[in-house]
Ligand binder design. Structure first.
Ligand SMILES: NC(=O)c1ccc[n+]([C@@H]2O[C@H](COP(=O)([O-])OP(=O)(O)OC[C@H]3O[C@@H](n4cnc5c(N)ncnc54)[C@H](O)[C@@H]3O)[C@@H](O)[C@H]2O)c1
Length: 317
């Protein structure tokens, strides 16, 4: 079976593409390399350097490849940029996605798996943990654009019968994560501490997020190939973790002596979120396997190695 994965030069989808290749699927990758890296592209996939907004090129790739499943992760996922440039955010995240959904329908794809966001979607929830049927109240352009695509998928299912699975992620972390994205706090703290820079915490360190390790997110994307048709799932750990705890875990794993610098919270940042993940357990047969302790150890080790490789390349080069 042929699967087209968008955004697989980036953090999450590169791991998803690796898992699909390892499971024996034929994998096509579409990414414009605006973020991500060529190094992350699975060598056993077929890669097209393409902007999802490019209607003609998307059409050409779909007519050539005719993928059975689309796994859509490509996005403008810098929340700050979305605030500064809402039109650009909407062009990539809404129009680019419609482009793919239309091509999927036109070329007979069976299923569309969509990487959505829980953290930027539910707004400031009054109920915890937050279930999927809690009202969406995004408070940033990025949250609006990511959620809007869910409506298109719901509608295209009725209009044309395209199956969908929406995976609303909590804060995903792990190797290859960029410090530029929606929720890159592990990457940011690790890179800053390794470079001897004092990390900044926005707010008082008590903001609460729900973290999920990359291999658990990959497992949800594998389950979504066959299960969960026409459903929306929260994918996270269901554990409340304050910012300061992440800071301390990274600091202790790196053996550094540093305190955070506290600065005022940025607009668009919510106070607390934690997700109800029971629906994914019932209908996808999925549950997170990696504790924050194990995930943090693997993630920080990755950034430590990356910094050491970078340092040795600059001394030898
Ligand atoms: N990282 C998280 O915690 C998190 C949480 C919720 C949802 N998500 C969603 O998961 C997806 C992947 O996130 P990530 O953290 O891996 O981000 P990432 O930036 O590492 O990967 C995104 C990839 O999309 C590509 N891309 C961007 N614009 C494109 C365009 N116009 N055409 C083609 N390719 C384009 C980039 O080059 C990059 O390789 C996104 O849709 C994001 O909204 C991520």
């Amino acid at each position: 079976m042929k699967i087209l994965v968008t955004g697989a030069a980036g953090f999450i989808a590169s791991h998803v593409a690796d898992a699909y290749v390892n499971a024996g699927y034929e994998v096509i990758i579409l990414d414009d390399l605006s973020r991500g890296s060529r190094r992350n592209i699975n060598p056993n996939s077929r890669f097209y350097e393409c902007d999802i907004r490019d209607r003609e090129e998307v059409e050409r790739i779909f007519s050539l490849e005719k993928p059975a499943i689309i796994n859509h992760h490509a996005a403008q996922m810098d929340v700050r940029r979305g605030v500064r440039e809402p039109l650009f955010d909407a062009e990539v995240n809404i129009l680019g996605s419609i482009n793919l959904i239309e091509a999927a329908v036109a070329h007979g794809a069976k299923r569309f798996i969509y990487a959505a966001t829980a953290g930027a979607g539910y707004g400031e929830p009054k109920q915890m943990p937050v279930p999927e049927n809690y009202p969406m109240n995004p408070i940033t352009p990025y949250g609006i654009s990511k959620h809007t695509v869910e409506h298109y998928l719901f509608t295209f299912r009725f209009l044309y019968g395209l199956e969908y699975v929406v995976l609303r992620y909590g804060n995903v972390y792990g190797p290859r994560q960029s410090s530029q994205g929606e929720a890159g706090v592990f990457a940011i703290f690790s890179e800053q501490m390794l470079a001897g820079v004092q990390p900044v915490i926005y707010g008082d360190g008590k903001k609460v997020r729900d973290y999920v390790y990359i291999s658990d997110v990959v497992a949800a994307n594998v389950a979504a190939l066959e299960r969960g048709a026409n459903e929306i799932f929260n994918i996270s750990n269901g554990v409340e973790t304050p910012d300061l705890e992440i800071f301390e875990r990274v600091r202790d794993l790196l053996g550094k002596q540093v305190e955070p610098r506290y600065v005022p919270r940025r607009p668009g940042e919510i106070d607390k979120i934690c997700l109800d993940i029971s629906k994914a357990s019932h209908l996808l047969g999925w549950a997170p396997q990696v504790s924050l302790t194990d995930g943090a150890r693997q993630t920080v080790a990755y950034f430590k190695n990356a910094a050491a490789e970078c340092a040795s390349a600059s001394t030898t080069g």
